[in-house]
Write a protein that binds this ligand. Structure first.
Ligand code: FES
Length: 107
């Protein structure tokens, strides 16, 4: 039994990915599955902001808020909103099965 997540891409097309193992980051899942707008240029070290997403309201409590480092990197991204996260910092676990995010506009 794996974890399932959905990305809403900038063009409005949804991409759902299933059977993900716990421990992968949301950025890795998006990048390896060709989600438009998830570039992950820094490889997940919270330094580039090319993995910016908006977390759906229903999931915000479970994904949590960005820490200080993530907030600093998010400052480089356009169109930051209160539910913005860098999805390389969202580590998938069973509790996040069903997670839904919208890809933020890219640079
Ligand atoms: S992949 Fe670079 S900040 Fe997330």
């Amino acid at each position: 039994m794996g974890i399932k997540v959905t990305f809403v891409q900038a063009n409005g097309v949804e991409k759902t990915i299933e059977n993900i193992a716990a421990g992968e980051s949301m950025m890795e899942v998006g990048r390896f599955n060709g989600v438009e707008g998830i570039l992950g240029d820094c490889g997940g070290s919270c330094a580039c902001a090319t993995c910016h997403v908006y977390v759906d309201a229903a999931w915000e409590a479970r994904t949590g808020k960005p820490d200080e480092v993530e907030t600093g990197t998010l400052d480089m991204a356009p169109d930051v909103q209160p539910n913005s996260r860098l999805c390389c910092q969202i580590r998938l676990r069973d509790e996040l099965d069903g997670l839904r995010v919208t890809v933020a506009p890219s640079f």
